[in-house]
Ligand binder design. Structure first.
Ligand code: ZN
Length: 271
């Protein structure tokens, strides 16, 4: 028998989205987006409590849904961010399900359930993605994005929520692990790896001159228990980054290394 996960943290009541029949579906009926609840339990550790991680590939589909745009950045060779986020999320999931990571989790005393907010080219609303983590009683929520903007800017940054965040210090620790995981992976292949740091959304001034507020990182959607961050892996509009991640000879190896770094960072953060 698996021991139920102990509730050391404040858990909010679970409220399945309407129309989901009580299932832990990511997409509400209004958005007509079936969940892509792929992954499942990846290790059988009868005496271990489960830990749940949710990976959120940014964007998707062809239309804005619930504040989520279908795509944002485009690589200098024309590859869309939404495609790259999904591919990397799948690689992170595979890495978390590898024997190496399952063993690492087991050494910490638990089995791991890996879920994704989408597993195909569909868009899912912002609050629906976050609610998915809350409803599945996730320990960790990682939203994956790529930056864009000009051909000269590059670097990795990880963002945490700063508005009414009940566990900001824990989010910051998680985000730092994620940031280091990506940076160290890129450094193995590219001396141009650059850290733009861990940032708090409300400290970032948006294009309208207002403090940034990322709904995906708000406790109102995620609940107070899940530790969360959003990683902007790199600026894919930079030609060297595009070569590094997409078109160069090592691109597949770089992506795999980044995924491994992200998976290891998530395992490290579990407790
Ligand atoms: Zn994005």
């Amino acid at each position: 028998m698996c021991t139920p996960k102990s509730d050391q943290r404040v858990r909010e009541p679970q409220q399945p989205a309407p129309g989901t029949g009580g299932q832990n579906n990511v997409a509400g009926a209004a958005e007509n987006m079936p969940p892509e609840n792929a992954g499942g339990t990846v290790s059988q550790c009868p005496t271990c409590p489960d830990r749940v991680v949710v990976i959120d590939p940014g964007h998707g589909g062809t239309a804005t849904v619930g504040g989520s745009s279908p795509n944002n950045a485009t690589s200098s060779s024309g590859i869309l961010e939404k495609k790259m986020t999904l591919e990397l999320a799948r690689l992170v999931r595979s890495s978390l399900q590898s024997a190496e990571m399952v063993a690492a989790a087991k050494r910490k005393g638990f089995s791991l359930k890996v879920l994704m907010t989408r597993d195909s080219d569909v868009n899912v609303g912002i609050s629906t993605r976050a609610n998915f983590a809350k409803n599945n009683r996730a320990d960790l929520f990682l939203s994956i994005h790529y930056n864009g903007g000009g051909r000269a800017t590059r670097g990795t940054e990880t963002i945490i929520g700063g508005w009414d965040n009940a566990n900001m210090s824990q989010d910051r620790m998680f985000a730092q692990r994620i940031q280091n995981g990506v940076l160290n992976a890129i450094k193995k292949f590219d001396s141009g790896a650059t850290s733009r740091g861990v940032k708090v959304d409300k400290d970032i001034i948006n294009a309208k001159g207002k403090p940034l507020s990322l709904g995906i990182l708000k406790d109102a959607h995620l609940g107070k228990a899940v530790r969360s961050c959003l990683v902007e892996v790199e600026f894919i509009s930079h030609p060297k980054v595009d070569a590094l991640l997409n078109t160069g000879g090592n691109a597949a190896a770089v992506r795999a290394e980044i995924a491994k770094g992200l998976a290891a960072a998530m395992i490290d953060d579990l407790r």
